[in-house]
Design a protein around this ligand. Sequence first.
Ligand SMILES: NC(=O)c1ccc[n+]([C@@H]2O[C@H](COP(=O)([O-])OP(=O)(O)OC[C@H]3O[C@@H](n4cnc5c(N)ncnc54)[C@H](O)[C@@H]3O)[C@@H](O)[C@H]2O)c1
Length: 316
Amino acid sequence: MSGTTQPSTPRLAGKVALVTGAGRGIGRAEAILLAQQGAQVVVNDISTRAGEMARDVVEQIRATGGDAAANTDTIAGMDGAERVVRTAVDTFGRLDILVNNAGIVAPAEVAEMSEADWDHVIAVNLKGTFATTRHASRVFKRQLSGVIINTSSESGLGHPAMANYAAAKEGIIGFTRAVARELGRFGIRCNAIRPRAFDTGGTTVYYEAYQRWQPLYDALGRYSVGTRGLIRGKARAETVAALVAWLCSDTAAHVNGRTFCVGGDEIGLWSEPELTRSVCRDGGWTLEALDGIARERLIGDLTNDFLAPAVGTKEL
Ligand SMILES: NC(=O)c1ccc[n+]([C@@H]2O[C@H](COP(=O)([O-])OP(=O)(O)OC[C@H]3O[C@@H](n4cnc5c(N)ncnc54)[C@H](O)[C@@H]3O)[C@@H](O)[C@H]2O)c1
């Protein structure tokens, strides 16, 4: 399908947006597009080189007539997240849009994964999403309006050698569903994206992991979820930003608790999980009953699709 591109009037005039991890990559593209659409934007990224990049993004937005402020707190803890949200309220008087984009990866096979790698990935991706949402939702509830976009990943579907990242990103999907249901009655929407972008800083680590574990991914074939974004190399951050800005606008006022994928030419709506089979037995289940009815009607034709005997760990 192709569509004509019309010059559009700003869709987010009068709104205040906060984008975490926006010094580069997808977050940078999101901050710039939200500002182009009339929002005043807090550009957050951690204080090192990334913090400087956040200030550069602010300069770029201002140079093109937009309004933005930088914040260099980490969102991985409650206090930093509170300061990020307060930057929006203190600088622009309110907050309407929260884009939880900040994320990191630390690839390792689960048998080799360090506790530090687990904790850091969970802290930035999952706890960081909670921390900003926790503080922003208080502002949103007072206003009886607000939009939250959470950044998950196709890696959450089961990316080998990224169990920490997969757990965090799939946790974000559950978090999104719960927040959407809880805050919907206050006029607050919460949706998630599983983006693909090839032109970001984060992609470098991702790509190194892809090369390192390529034999495993090849052996798993279509079950090697999480690597499609790299294979589809033309995926750009701007495409992700377009979906995010659209979801933040009133055009998407009826969209809540949903998960989208976006990358390159493709955009998609993920289905919500549902029970595919179930069996009931009066009085509950025993081991023997499981051997009988459950084996036959619940798991009978299931196969173990993840056995890859050709792949020895020594080659990886
Ligand atoms: N690029 C892809 O194909 C892809 C695929 C799936 C999911 N994602 C997700 O999209 C988001 C953006 O990815 P990207 O590729 O643009 O990554 P990126 O590394 O280019 O940008 C992420 C930014 O987050 C910042 N950040 C890290 N820790 C932070 C913290 N504690 N507080 C504030 N900022 C912090 C980093 O400094 C960096 O600037 C991430 O959540 C990532 O997991 C990306």
